[in-house]
Each structure stands twice: as structure tokens, then as C-alpha cells.
Design a protein around this ligand. Structure first.
Ligand SMILES: Nc1ncnc2c1ncn2[C@@H]1O[C@H](COP(=O)(O)OP(=O)(O)O)[C@@H](O)[C@H]1O
Ligand SMILES: [Mg+2]
Length: 414
């Protein structure tokens, strides 16, 4: 018998349904359950053949356990070694090399440092920073966001250099990026499962989490050409990054899909958030993936970093990044959603508890999102900031505000 473990946070609907599906299909030969783990001994012996990880980004102990389990031959989805190494700025740069459209982005030195790191520790840092040059490159308005994060935490829109300084001042020890804001006319979130199966979800990030209005039902939302390009980009990114479960977000402007967020290895799959259709699709795709991975022959262990980062047999994804399926094949594999997301009345009662949980989580997010509110500017902190070196911004700031409302994304459940 093969054993599958699911490692979870607060989320309920997805893990419970996944366990049920796996057990139903497994018919005793494959058994799924929530992982139970305590103190992990050095001589830990393999107790799971495969683990689906939804939470180790927030619980370092779980990450340590998963790495140990991987060394014993447990298949871990997503790969804990790569997930630990990854960051969004590296991803943007990699994506650009792979021909995916990316908004202009700059990695910023941190505002603050951990205790003990003083000015003497930072002699490699350029000072003052060329803020004007950064703004000239990225343009205004721009998006300030962490190079590693999720759930809209610490994401803000800035319209001027002054707003950038004010928001940057509040980012503490977080490493941030400043990114060109795409004033999108379309927005899609795309599941990608097993680095192959793609589901494009028209999505309105301006609508509140659990409002029932975020995931849009419009089969013609993207033209076939754009859907094919998005599908290709999604596969290219997920294969390059090695994620078996991921979402890729595109802000689409003038027919160009700009990938803005594709480090989401525990994407929201909550029934009440994504709706029945997408929830069922992702459950089916992940269940298929679990059985596929379990059926693959296990290679003899190789105790090297490259083997741990890429345990998939080399032949399987040979030239995976370069390989682009034909447009017809992509179209056949890409499902444009038809059903509308909705919450059936018989589960509405159960939802209320979840909604209150999510409301708490969302209000926490709202608290943590840095508002573009001049009242928050702390001039006392400004003195530690480098002053501008340029004269004026080359691009004009617009006053149009389009993207700031925060949503829950993965937060309410994970
Ligand atoms: N470059 C951008 N242009 C336009 N909107 C953006 C951009 N970057 C982020 N956003 C908006 O902010 C939201 C959160 O940013 P995102 O990069 O997805 O971070 P997170 O990982 O926290 O979800 C996005 O869903 C989108 O609505
Ligand atoms: Mg996002």
C-alpha cells in the first residue's frame, strides 16, 4: 500500500476533498491522510510515499521535515528545496530570459536590518540610492511589493517618489521590489498542475475575497491567440521553476500578458473562494498528478543538491523549457471556464463560519497592506533614506487608481 500525506494550514475544503478523492480512487492500494509529525529523528524512516505540502512556507519545522522526508525518497509536492531557494525577483529575471513579458522591476535594498547589522556591515551598499533613476526606469504609478510573499501582504501602489519613500519606510526588514504598474484591461489567474495541465481563470482582483465576483465566467474572456500564449507562458514558467502546483497571474494590457505573480506554490483552492467548477478541476488535476507521480519508477537516490532540486527523471522533461506544444494541443488542453462560480444554498450555512474566519484574515491583510495615506508618512524615519539625486520623474504620475483593494488569496486557508 502507498501512503499519501497532506500537510495543511487552516484550509478545510481542499485537503478534505483531496483525501476523499485519493482514497476513493486508491481503493485500499493508495491511502491518503493528514500528516502527523512530531520530533523528527535523524534516523527517520520513510512513512509517506508522497506528501502534498500546503503550508511549509509558514512553518519552518514542516519545511525541515519535508526536506528530510525527500532524502528518504518521499515525493514532495511542491519541491521543498526549490521553494526554499526561490524568490520573485529571480523569477521575473528568469521569465524575461524565457521570453515571457514581465513589467520593469527593480530589487531594492532593505529599509532596515536585523539587530547587529550596522552601517559598517553594509559597506557594499550604494548610498544614497539612485531613487530617481529607479523611478525613471519603472515609471509611475508603480507597485511596491516583497520579493517573497503572498496574499497581498505589504503590496502597495505608489504614485510619486514621496509616496514611494513613505511606503518603503514602513517595510522594515522585508526585501522589496518596485514594479511597473500595468493598468490592465484583462486579468487572469491560471492554475498549472504537473507542469502541464492549465486552467485559465478570468479573475477580478478588485473584487473582495469570497464575494463570489472574483472569478468571472466568460469563455470568450481571452481571444484564442491570447489564451494560447498565456498557456504557453504558464507552462514555460512552471517547468522552469519546477512547481507541480502553482498559479500564474497575468495583468493583460493592449494584448500583452504580463506575468506579475507566479510564485504561488500553495494556491487558493478553497471551494468558497474559487467556486465549485475551479475547485473540482484542481482536485481532479491534483489527484491525477498524485497517482501519476506514485506510478513513476523511483530512481536510486543520489545524494547531491542537483538531484534534490530536480528529482524528476531527466528524460521526462527533456528540454522541457524549450518544448512548446503545438497550438492545437495547447488549445485542447486548455479549458476556458464555462460554469459560473457560485455557492450552493445547502452549503451556505457551513460557509458562514468560514466567512467569519476569512473576514478576520482579510482584515489582518488590510491592516498589513500599506495604504497610500499621507497621514501615515513618518518624516522621522525619512532621515535614514537616501535623498533623490535626479531632478524630476520622466514619466508622469497618473491619478487613476485601479489595483489597491486587497484580497485573501491563499491567506484565509493557509
Ligand atoms: N505590476 C502590477 N501591475 C498591476 N497590478 C499589480 C502589479 N503587481 C501586483 N498588482 C496587483 O496587486 C495584487 C497583489 O500582487 P501580487 O504580485 O500578486 O502579490 P501576492 O503574491 O501578494 O499576491 C495583484 O493581484 C494585482 O492586482
Ligand atoms: Mg498574487
Amino acid at each position: 500500500m502507498k501512503k499519501v500525506g497532506i500537510l495543511v494550514g487552516r484550509e478545510q475544503s481542499f485537503p478534505a476533498a483531496l483525501i476523499e478523492r485519493i482514497n476513493k480512487r486508491g481503493q485500499g492500494a493508495v491511502q491518503a491522510e493528514l500528516v502527523t509529525v512530531g520530533g523528527v529523528r535523524l534516523d527517520w524512516s520513510k512513512s509517506y510515499d508522497l506528501i502534498v505540502d500546503r503550508i511549509s512556507h509558514e512553518v519552518p519545522f514542516y519545511r525541515g521535515f519535508l526536506k528530510r522526508a525527500a532524502l528518504e525518497g518521499t515525493i514532495v509536492i511542491n519541491n521543498p528545496f526549490w521553494w526554499s531557494a526561490d524568490d520573485k525577483f529571480f523569477n521575473y529575471a528568469l521569465a524575461k530570459k524565457l521570453g515571457v513579458a514581465i513589467p520593469r522591476t527593480v530589487l531594492l535594498p532593505q529599509k532596515d536590518y536585523i539587530k547587529g547589522v550596522t552601517g559598517d556591515s553594509l559597506r557594499n551598499l550604494e548610498f544614497p540610492l539612485d531613487w530617481q533613476g529607479i523611478i525613471d526606469y519603472v515609471g509611475l504609478p508603480a507597485i511596491l511589493k516583497p520579493f517573497d510573499g503572498g496574499g497581498w501582504k505589504n503590496v502597495s501602489r505608489v504614485n510619486s517618489l514621496e509616496e514611494l519613500w513613505r511606503d518603503y519606510d514602513q517595510t522594515g526588514t522585508l526585501c522589496m521590489t518596485l514594479q511597473e504598474m500595468i493598468d490592465f484591461d484583462h486579468f487572469v489567474r491560471c492554475y498549472c498542475i504537473g507542469q502541464e495541465e492549465v486552467m485559465i481563470m478570468p479573475y477580478d482582483p478588485r473584487k473582495p475575497y469570497l464575494s463570489g465576483e472574483q472569478y468571472i465566467n466568460d469563455p470568450n474572456y481571452l481571444t484564442p491567440e491570447l489564451a494560447a500564449r498565456v498557456t504557453t507562458d504558464v507552462r514555460t514558467l512552471c517547468r522552469a521553476l519546477g512547481y507541480d502546483i502553482n498559479t500564474v497571474e497575468f495583468a493583460i494590457k493592449d494584448g500583452v500578458p504580463y506575468a506579475i505573480d507566479f510564485m504561488n506554490p500553495a494556491p487558493d483552492a478553497n471551494l468558497h473562494s474559487v467556486g465549485e467548477f475551479y475547485h473540482n478541476w484542481v482536485l481532479g488535476a491534483v489527484t491525477d498528478l498524485v497517482f501519476k507521480r506514485l506510478a513513476e519508477p523511483q530512481a536510486a537516490p543520489r545524494y547531491r543538491w542537483d538531484a534534490l532540486l530536480n528529482p524528476t527523471p531527466a528524460s521526462q522533461f527533456s528540454q522541457a523549457v524549450e518544448a512548446v506544444a503545438s497550438a492545437a494541443e495547447q488549445a485542447a488542453r486548455t479549458i476556458l471556464p464555462k460554469p459560473v462560480r457560485y455557492i450552493p444554498s445547502d452549503i451556505a450555512a457551513g460557509v458562514s463560519e468560514l466567512v467569519s474566519d476569512a473576514t478576520t484574515a482579510v482584515s489582518q491583510i488590510i491592516d498589513s497592506v500599506i495604504e497610500s495615506d499621507t497621514a501615515k508618512a513618518k518624516s522621522s524615519k525619512r532621515k535614514s533614506l537616501p535623498s533623490t539625486t535626479g531632478t524630476s520623474t520622466k514619466r508622469k504620475a497618473t491619478t487613476k487608481k485601479t489595483i489597491t483593494p486587497p484580497t485573501g488569496e491563499t491567506v484565509p486557508e493557509v
